[in-house]
Design a protein around this ligand. Structure first.
Ligand code: SIN
Length: 310
């Protein structure tokens, strides 16, 4: 049998290949469309979308670190009405599935945004963002398994769209939140969003990034942390996992698949190399052909690591 590059994230969301672009690093895909960089992508995960338009935090909002990037964007977006109408209409003609990342200040906002998007042809799925460290209530759901479950159940009641939940690593035990959202009806999880970080301006005696003063750390610095987290989630969840965290090459992507990811999002690397996700997708396919894989599942590590061994 030939190699099947597709990935099934549940409820009919089948990606042509596992490699997608992470929320907040690729807008709504239109710049990539103009550059011809959508062809060969597995999925586009959009910027976090809220009920009303948001300007986001005051600049500066991004700053490089030694091995990564800090952001405090504050969910700048045009609001769900624009996304569900003008944007979704354009996605209808695309071959690449578009998953809309959804954010909110409270449960009611998430539910209303998801309800609005569910009627929009062109939206392939929803990714509930319960992990934004840059707005005041951005982590309320992601750090509390009970509230995360309630939110997922409430959203599940208003949409039949495939539902991913993007988890925060800023918790003691991410598997508790993962299990809670799985049991409440999530089809897949995305792991992980950024780690809470800070950069200080010594002359000004204050954080470089405004907003809350804190910011989200991404890029190569977090890759080993994210890999370990994906491995832990894989051992406790049954639903698919979309791995994220410092992925900048096909080798990185394949390593995440060995650790247990079913699909991949490339984030920070898009900033310095637009088009990298398409390259990574092509190289992963070449690797699969070279190794004679039947499916991506063949990459899963053979022996699950025994977490009880110290
Ligand atoms: C932001 O807009 O501040 C980033 C979104 C996120 O971290 O989820």
């Amino acid at each position: 049998m030939g190699f099947d590059p597709r990935v099934d994230l549940g409820r009919g969301l089948v990606l042509p290949n596992p490699i997608g672009t992470a929320s907040g690093t690729f807008g709504y895909g239109f710049e990539a469309e103009e550059m011809g960089s959508l062809i060969g992508l597995g999925a586009v995960y959009t910027k976090g979308t809220t009920l009303h338009p948001r300007q986001g935090n005051s600049p500066p909002r991004i700053s490089e670190t030694r091995a990564g990037m800090l952001n405090s964007i504050g969910l700048q977006n045009p609001g769900v009405d624009v996304v569900a109408t003008a944007y979704a209409r354009r996605w209808l003609d695309w071959r690449v599935p578009v998953v809309v990342n959804v954010a909110g200040a409270d449960q009611d906002e998430y539910v209303r945004v998801c309800e609005r998007l569910s009627g929009a042809a062109g939206v392939a799925g929803l990714e509930l963002n319960i992990s934004c460290p840059n707005i005041s209530h951005g982590l309320d759901f992601g750090t509390d398994p009970g509230r995360a479950a309630q939110l997922v159940a409430a959203v599940r009641r208003v949409t039949e769209l495939p539902l991913l939940v993007k988890l925060t690593p800023n918790v003691t035990d991410i598997t508790e939140v993962g299990r809670a959202v799985q049991d409440a009806g999530a089809d897949a999880v995305s792991a992980v969003n950024t780690y809470v970080g800070m950069k200080i301006s010594l002359p000004e005696r204050r954080p470089v990034l405004r907003g809350l003063g804190l910011a989200g750390l991404s890029g190569p610095a977090i890759k080993p942390l994210a890999l370990a987290t994906v491995g832990r989630l894989r051992r406790s969840l049954l639903i698919p996992i979309v791995g994220i965290g410092g992925i900048a090459s096909s080798r990185d992507a394949l390593e995440f698949m060995v650790a247990g990811a079913d699909a991949i999002q490339i984030g920070t690397a898009n900033f310095y190399r637009p088009g990298i996700a398409v390259e990574v997708a092509r190289e992963c396919l070449e690797f699969a052909a070279g190794e004679g894989l039947a499916g991506w599942g063949d990459l899963r590590q053979l022996e699950p690591v025994d977490s009880s061994r110290s």
